[in-house]
Design a protein around this ligand. Structure first.
Ligand code: NAD
Ligand code: FE2
Length: 406
């Protein structure tokens, strides 16, 4: 079974000479889909789906993406490869368990063979959910946790329209348990998509709030994966690159939404951040954010943006050194400064970026009440993302962070 804390490392035999652990390079496994990236790359979709064996693919999308015109364009490309797709568009943000079951029923009725997601993280996760049911049966909520998807799943072609969740390259699938109003995390290498097509043109139709939210999500992925217990040198490069790209380009995409250069950089930030966190996993910000998002059906990136500075201060109080390269990637001048100063500068810079792009300062403005904090904190402790947070986190610690973020 895959350990959430990272790849398995060969153990030392009793007779072996002592090993200086600091000199031993870590054993690293790095997973990633085939990536097609660039302006106009949506045109590759028909060929890519056909290569995955599609004849009757299911396109999982939502009304906002259809209205923006991207679904029609995709269907044209699929028709060009002589495919006869079925479109499923009953997905809502923070995809719900029953939506995935309904989509799966249709997938079976229509005899579909490949899943194509076109949309933000919600459509991508809904498509992964259908694939899990197709290969493994049962209820989608049965798969919450690590590596519970044991049987192979149908091929996945992912086309993100936000920048970004990184769900198009990740081994995660986040589903709302509607009975309990919480989001569950399904995780495992079986969920890494086969092909990801990132066409930055799709980002231009995002509303401004979504651009801001998903940009902060990508920033959170970069920072949390870089300090994660499961971080490794291959993932670190992607994490730091993502942090730099978001800090250099998110503001521009809001000030000049049609500028292709900045959109392409944000698309790359999303991709880099996704490659980082799918390999290095995440931390307390996501563990806490999933609970808030599940309870109030809120935009994931907005909740992350509010929580992130508080988690940075909590983790940085014990492990400040990892925040120095992050500060440098953000363009902050921390040369010669003590690491704890870098921690505070990073936390302040994240908050300042949130202010600039219009993210509320506290969870209270999003509808969280003080009396919700004990339940949210209890639920946080069982989220898979907390396992790799670099600092041991008790329920009291989580409550203190929620209170500070209120
Ligand atoms: N699986 C993972 O690895 C992972 C990682 C992070 C977040 N997530 C999940 O992703 C979800 C959030 O996804 P999201 O933030 O990308 O947004 P989303 O998919 O929830 O979409 C939000 C809204 O934006 C609209 N929209 C999306 N792209 C658009 C475009 N280009 N033009 C116009 N409208 C557009 C949609 O129609 C929808 O109404 C959450 O459920 C979160 O938990 C998953
Ligand atoms: Fe996220």
């Amino acid at each position: 079974m895959q350990s959430i804390a990272g790849p398995d490392v060969p153990t030392q035999r009793p007779d072996d000479p002592p090993v200086d652990e600091t000199l031993r390079p870590p054993l690293v496994k790095f997973h990633a889909p085939e990536v097609v990236f660039g302006l106009g790359s949506l045109g590759e979709a028909g060929f890519s789906a056909a290569r995955l064996g599609a004849r009757r693919p299911m396109v999982v999308t939502d009304p906002g993406v259809i209205e923006a015109g991207w679904c029609d364009e995709l269907l044209g490309h699929l028709a060009g490869s002589r495919l006869t797709p079925v479109v499923w568009s009953d997905v809502t943000p923070n995809p719900k368990d029953h939506e995935i079951h309904a989509a799966y029923e249709r997938y079976v009725e229509e005899g579909c063979d490949v899943l194509i997601a076109l949309g933000g993280g919600s459509c991508i996760d809904a498509a992964k959910g259908v694939a899990i049911l197709s290969g493994n049966g049962g209820q989608i909520l049965d798969y919450g946790g690590v590596d519970l998807v044991a049987k192979p799943i149908p091929p996945l072609l992912m086309i993100p329209s936000t920048s970004g969740t990184g769900a198009d390259v990740s081994q995660f699938c986040i589903v709302t348990d509607t009975a309990r109003s919480v989001k569950i995390t399904i995780m495992g290498r079986a969920l890494v998509p086969d092909i990801s097509i990132t066409d930055p043109r799709l980002l231009v139709t995002m509303p401004e709030w979504l651009n801001a939210a998903t940009g902060l999500d990508a920033l959170t992925h970069g920072i949390e994966s870089f300090v994660s217990l499961a971080h490794n040198p291959l993932a670190d490069i992607h994490a730091l690159n993502a942090v730099g790209l978001v800090c250099q380009n998110l503001r521009t995409t809001i000030l000049r939404p049609t500028e292709e250069g900045a959109r392409s950089k944000m698309a790359q930030a999303s991709l880099n951040a996704g490659l980082a966190f799918t390999n290095a996993i995440l931390g307390a910000t996501h563990a806490m954010s999933h609970q808030v998002g599940g309870m109030l059906d809120l935009p994931h990136g907005v909740v992350n943006g509010v929580l992130l500075p508080h988690v940075i201060r909590f983790n940085g109080a014990e492990l400040p050194e990892r925040f120095v390269p992050i500060a440098q990637a953000m363009g902050l001048d921390v040369v010669g400064a003590p690491p704890d100063e870098a921690v505070e500068r990073v936390a302040e810079a994240v908050r300042a970026l949130g202010d600039e792009v219009g993210v509320p300062r506290g969870l209270g403005a999003l509808g969280v009440r003080a009396e919700d904090i004990p339940r949210l904190s209890e639920l946080t402790l069982s989220d898979a993302c907390l396992t790799t947070n670099p600092r041991q986190t008790s329920v009291e610690d989580v409550m203190a962070m929620f209170r500070a973020a209120l």
